[in-house]
Write a protein that binds this ligand. Structure first.
Ligand code: ZN
Length: 122
């Protein structure tokens, strides 16, 4: 069984390795929607896989590190592609949410996104 919770953040970035003259090389911003999926069995006593309050607390913690930041300045996000951001969010959440099963990141204004199923399934 899987449950999910979403969060949103706005951030700036640029892609230093984009071709010369490519717009992605210039600093610009996006609104991102992130969906974090957890997988497991609900506890028999509570019927819950995980309290959503626990999930929300962790998502707010990771959101605080990303929101209204220049992503390139964050350690591990020097090349802040969707793929790298998804994997970075996974690594940040996994210690507190070991049931993590998937991180989706959506950049709605570009109609594009990335789904990361974890380090074993890149
Ligand atoms: Zn961009």
């Amino acid at each position: 069984m899987r449950i999910y919770k979403e969060f949103f953040f706005d951030a700036a970035h640029f892609l230093p390795y984009a071709e010369d003259g490519h717009p992605n090389r210039r600093m610009h911003g996006h609104s991102f929607r992130v969906v974090v999926w957890l997988e497991g069995k609900p506890a028999p006593e509570t019927g819950l896989l995980r309290h959503f309050e626990d999930v929300e607390r962790e998502l707010l913690r990771v959101r605080e590190k990303l929101d209204h930041r220049l992503l390139n300045e964050i350690e591990g996000l020097e090349q802040p592609t969707l793929e790298r951001i998804a994997a970075w969010i996974w690594r940040d959440l996994e210690p507190a949410l070991p049931e993590i099963a998937c991180v989706e990141i959506h950049r709605a204004s570009c109609r594009e996104g990335c789904v990361y199923d974890g380090p074993e399934k890149v």
